[in-house]
Design a protein around this ligand. Sequence first.
Ligand SMILES: NC(=O)c1ccc[n+]([C@@H]2O[C@H](COP(=O)([O-])OP(=O)(O)OC[C@H]3O[C@@H](n4cnc5c(N)ncnc54)[C@H](O)[C@@H]3O)[C@@H](O)[C@H]2O)c1
Length: 380
Amino acid sequence: MANKVRMGMVGGGSGALIGAVHRLAAEMTGDIELVAGAFSSNPDASKQFGIELGLDASRAYGNYEEMIDAEATLPEDQRMQCVSIVTPNNSHADISCRALKKGMHVICDKPLAGNLEDALRVAAVVEETGLLFGITHTYTGYPLIIEARERVRAGELGDIRRVVVIYLQDWLSQAADTKGSKQATWRTDASVGGESGAFADIGTHAFNLVEFITGQQMTEVAAELKTVVEDRDIDDDGAAMFRLQNGAAGLLAASQVCTGAVNGLRIEIYGDKGSLHWSHGDPNTLTIGRRGDPDQVISPGNNIAYLSDAARSRCRTPGGHPEGFIEAFSNLYVDFAAAVRAFPEPTDNICATVEDGVRAMRFVRATITSTNNGSQWTSI
Ligand SMILES: NC(=O)c1ccc[n+]([C@@H]2O[C@H](COP(=O)([O-])OP(=O)(O)OC[C@H]3O[C@@H](n4cnc5c(N)ncnc54)[C@H](O)[C@@H]3O)[C@@H](O)[C@H]2O)c1
């Protein structure tokens, strides 16, 4: 235990959605120990929850300011080396900046911040401190998403022509959905969620996936964001046409009001030699289409020598045993812990970077601007 990477957590208290997944994912690396936390905006609840998790009472803090400041005064071989941020979006920037300025690396859930200005503020502190900053865009942790990236890099699809990425949910499809669910309430409230709803929450995942797999930047969008359910001040639905650096065309839809769509994320990438198809409902399968040939279905079994090193090394379960969301999350933590250990030497890290996070917030801002200008094409 003594020489594991020492991590603190902000958010993820009792009843929170994603904090427990982060803790499990970090634990599954075998290389990270949770040593401190400020889990709730209620100081008593925060301390109590930390004690319930088994933390030393002196390191179950009442708030994140106290935690970061106190940890920074501990001997170097005891203080937390990094902090995991799993609070609502608008708080990410202040927590990140405080931790970085006290010498702590940060792994933060998406989106990087509630708005572009806050995202740029974090990027400036990362630049100033030179510390590590990882963003958990979960899908980049799936072995077959990494395989898709490797195959695009190897030129298997040829020149990319079109990308289609769709992320549809229905859990915010009724006005009543926000009653009694704190996750739903803050995501539909700009003062906590930030300048965008669905596009920041899941549109940024779709955006990141496009740039991660294609290796190209999205350069412009023509978007229509909508607020379908009344009494919300930010989008809960939307779609955008986009262009990539090489001129390839794309379509991105992100919605949380598509009745019957539980959590449907899929991406299709078409080049002049072939195409790639991946769906979150079946994350252990990647299909390659070529004109005139039967589809090639890649589904890791016992012999996975045909996978790229980058994907094979991230497969965790024995052949044929499905792996998914938590393993993908854990793959991000494996790379982040390795980066902390190797720091300041660079490592091969599949976590999204602070620059990726800023780009995602530029994308969100461009879709808002485009929407306000009659869906005009807008640079990212
Ligand atoms: N990568 C993914 O797939 C994924 C999935 C879900 C959520 N998320 C992201 O994770 C973050 C959290 O989302 P969630 O759904 O778990 O939210 P949540 O409302 O379930 O949990 C947020 C937690 O943060 C705590 N909190 C709020 N302010 C705090 C503060 N100042 N100090 C300490 N704790 C504080 C709350 O008490 C709560 O325990 C969001 O940014 C969201 O976008 C990412």
